[in-house]
Design a protein around this ligand. Structure first.
Ligand code: ARG
Length: 459
């Protein structure tokens, strides 16, 4: 079989070399985008009178047939024809005869592949934005049910200060909101057409790049043809945004895994998202959360892989760029899957509010309340810290908590202490009094929930 580019060759490459260079095994994901791009290109050629309407119509009909066959999974591709572009061109010529060879007038695979990638990412980034918004929605609904659920807040994974469980969930909503914004912002740079940049330098044909861009729904065109075919920043940005998103999911998964353990028992995963052990009958493992945490690694890997591929490539197109695809496809599949599973996991988990609340009664996370109490009565905070530190030590030595220490002991430490300290020490009071902006006080949390719901509704 001769190559579509075989004219200047005297020898055909061997089959295994063909296979090594081929990308069809993975770039067939782009089949619909490639046909879509070709349809716009041929319409533009017709409008600019580079092809006659008769030729253009024949080509369009052929492309429509291929599109239908692609949707029905009826197209047969071959490594012989290297990639999705050459495979489709060959199939088109088989379908409609030599006029199919006119499709490639005024374009190159270099602008063609870049166009396909832009179309593909635009579609998927829009889907991912919807999924990140859905996740925020699920979280804020959960938060709404737990404004007054008292939860131990940690620093250094040591009990720090009690918080509202809703406040903890809303912290993640803020992260996912930033992720959503990053994806939205990146669309500006994805929504640009490289089509018509040719191999690197533009073309001698009187094409209209704005027209094909408009047909494809792109907001703008690349201004420099060399940049158009070399640029993979938009993919890097996607991988980078995805890595940050995965990092957030992974941190949350780490917490869910801890909270599901016998040691914490703060939540229980729904059976759908857990698995048993083949040997230990009692086990209920949080597999899905672990898997999402694990998959974070592969997304980071794809980011690093593409950064490394790009660092040494001179302008403009180099075959190295073919390595941009598998990581991008895999990242799309990975994050779409992770976001869907994760939202389901949150929606269905059981929150053990009693365990959370009672755990805050058996720790010293209310110690700051006492120090603040003394400070509000005029004692310098540093001195108050010292006094309360000694009281904590006294409790530890006597095997009790601050709530159990008699008033005499408090008054021996400072005559500023009065009976109302027991109310102040109650974790619920402690949480509710933290009403500074962005704090965990119930009013603040309720306001935050309203704000998130508003924002989600507006978009
Ligand atoms: N399969 C190639 C890729 O993915 C398409 C562009 C090929 N261009 C070329 N001049 N060899 O990068």
């Amino acid at each position: 079989m001769t190559k579509l580019w075989g004219g200047r060759f005297t020898k055909r490459p061997e089959q295994w070399i063909d296979e090594f260079g081929a990308s069809i095994s993975f770039d067939q994901h782009l089949v619909e985008e490639d046909i879509e791009g070709s349809l716009a290109h041929v319409s533009m050629l017709e409008k600019c009178k580079i092809l006659s309407s008769e030729e253009a119509n024949q080509i369009k009909a052929g492309l429509q047939t291929l599109l239908q066959k692609a949707k029905n999974k009826e197209l047969m591709f071959s490594a012989q024809y290297e990639d999705i572009h050459l495979n489709l061109e060959k199939l088109l010529i088989d379908e409609i005869g030599p006029v199919g060879g006119k499709l490639h007038t005024g374009r190159s695979r270099n602008d063609q592949v870049a166009t396909d990638m832009h179309l593909y990412l635009k579609k998927h980034v829009q889907q991912i934005i919807q999924l990140t918004k859905h996740l925020q929605h699920v979280l804020v609904e959960k938060a709404d049910q737990h404004v007054e659920t008292i939860f131990p807040g940690y620093t250094h994974l040591q009990r720090a200060q009690p918080v509202s469980f809703a406040h903890h969930l809303l912290a993640y909503v803020s992260m996912f909101k930033r992720d959503t914004e990053r994806f939205e912002e990146s669309l500006k740079r994805i929504d640009i057409s490289p089509l018509g940049a040719g191999a690197l330098a533009g073309t001698t044909f009187p094409i209209d790049r704005y027209y094909s861009a408009e047909l494809l729904g792109f907001a703008d065109i690349y201004q420099n043809s060399m940049d158009a075919v070399s640029d993979r920043d938009f993919i890097l940005e996607f991988l980078s945004n995805s890595s940050i998103l995965m990092m957030h999911l992974s941190r949350f998964c780490e917490e869910l895994i801890l909270w599901s353990s016998q040691e914490f028992q703060f939540i229980e995963m729904d059976d759908t998202y857990a698995t048993g052990s083949s040997i230990m009958p009692q086990k209920k493992n949080p597999d899905m959360a672990e898997l999402i945490r694990g998959k974070t690694g592969r997304v980071y890997g794809h980011l690093f892989s593409l950064l490394t591929v790009l660092k040494g490539t001179p302008l403009t197109y180099n075959k190295d760029l073919q390595e941009d695809k598998e990581g991008m496809f895999d990242t799309v599949t990975t994050i779409e899957g992770c976001l869907t599973i994760f939202a389901g996991m949150i929606e269905t988990m059981t929150v053990k509010t009693d365990v959370m609340e009672s755990s805050t009664k058996k720790d010293f996370s209310n110690a700051t309340e006492l120090a603040d109490y003394l400070a509000s009565k005029g004692m310098p905070f540093r001195q108050a810290h010292e006094v309360v530190g000694k009281l904590v030590l006294e409790c530890i030595q006597q095997g009790m908590y601050l709530m159990d220490l008699p008033l005499e002991n408090y008054q021996a430490a400072s005559d500023l202490f009065e009976e109302d300290i027991y109310h102040v020490l109650d974790p619920k009071t402690a949480v509710n009094r933290r009403n500074s902006a962005g704090g965990t006080g119930f009013d603040q949390v309720r306001q935050a929930i309203l704000k998130v719901k508003e924002d989600l509704k507006q978009e």
